[in-house]
Design a protein around this ligand. Sequence first.
Ligand code: HEC
Ligand code: HEC
Length: 440
Amino acid sequence: MRYVIAVFLAALTPVSAAELQPLSDTDFHYAGRPNSQQAELGRFLFYDKILSGNRNISCATCHHPAHETGDGLRVSIGEGGSGLGSLRDTGRGASAIASRVGRNAQPLFNVGAREFTALFHDGRVEVDQREPNNFLTPIGDRLPDGLDNVLAAQALFPLVSVDEMAGQTGENDVADAVSDNDVHRAWNLLERRIQSTPEYVTLMVAAYPHIEQADDIAITDIGNAIAAFTVLEWRADESRFDAFLRGDDASLTSMEKRGYELFYGASGCSECHSGSLQTDHDFHAIALPQIGPGKGHGFDGHEDFGREFVTGNPSDRYRFRTPSLRNVSHTGPWGHNGAFDTLEAAVHHHLSPVRSLNDYYLSAQIKPSRSDLDAKDYLVQGSTLRRNAIASRNELTNTKLSDVQIQELLAFLEALSDARSLSTDAGVPQQVPSGLPVSD
Ligand code: HEC
Ligand code: HEC
């Protein structure tokens, strides 16, 4: 079946800077409410391994400022591994990882902007007013009430993911609850860990008026505090492009301006990467090479069908959320599974996607190497039949750009970097209330 949508209808004219709005406080959650106590509490929770079943991994392991809020890996290494970023290994003995995580750790810059209403590459945690507690998630109406926003809802899911933070069945009580499909029991166990850590109780009482004693602390408070931290910590709207949007015409070089005009004009990028954050928050199939263990889809479980798995709609197969391109020069590897090592290769892919898919360098290794894991990494990409299936859903049309134009686009993308937000060590606490190690 051939399924192609032509997205470039006509020659496009550049969007003028006036049509793109600069970001302001009200574009972010908690606007006008600085929330510093909640955010500081959230900082500790984000960096504390106490929230993982085996107390060996925190959110920061995969979203670390030293790795631009990701982990620098193509696909993440969850609980069982040790070390950070490119130094992370797959672990040893019985506790070694069973599988890599199927996708690339998303950067967290500006995810606190209200316009992000669907999180993850496939948008599976999503604001939906028709749902009893306002969010559509993989666990339906079992989500607890009282979550501040979609980031707070999202934060509850890595905690109950076997490969990310919970651990394998038999290893700890949280993992056992997850394997019984009892997420509430798993969250209760994590609540109890926080309730029995005196410093957390003090911080929770100070941050939330409804908390008077340890017993009052709920998983929703944990999610809300992590959300407050994420919103404030990784706001990134002080790039030179932001200065340009605020009216400072001199903040972009003439090369970057040409890149800007191409991006929002003739090259068609803004058909999907629209608006000030360069995303329509919609889902598109762009024939990205499929590498890594996959997401459990397809006959052998090694496919990643993307949005289809959320909507159940076959026309959503291989569609992934258009990523924001803020700080994108720094957030590699790129693509939902980190298939591309350079930003240039990721941009080139868009110009001739099917050729790029078929020419993809199969020996590009997923690190760290482990022979049994490596054996699964190219099962989809290595099959002509399966590559053809990916190609048949491609929505991009081929675009011709000169080398100079590509350099101009790349220069514009670099101008989306906010140096302050990219600071590599700021904000990492020296220690966390559980006393567990922070720095590995
Ligand atoms: C094992 C690595 C790992 C850990 C630990 C982890 N994450 Fe992630 N995170 C990922 C990956 C991989 C994705 C993309 C997953 C997907 O699309 O299926 C992601 C996605 C996200 C997103 C969505 C961003 C977006 O643009 O939609 C947020 C927010 C996030 N993580 C926050 C957290 C928080 C908070 C924690 C701790 C409670 C955490 N993560 C723990 C790897 C990790
Ligand atoms: C049809 C919609 C569409 C158009 C047009 C489009 N993109 Fe994309 N882009 C996407 C989607 C969807 C992804 C993520 C795909 C995935 O991970 O499977 C993406 C990924 C990217 C990435 C990797 C980002 C990351 O964080 O991994 C870059 C860079 C990028 N696009 C730049 C561009 C540029 C430059 C143009 C114009 C030449 C462009 N895109 C045109 C939809 C589009």
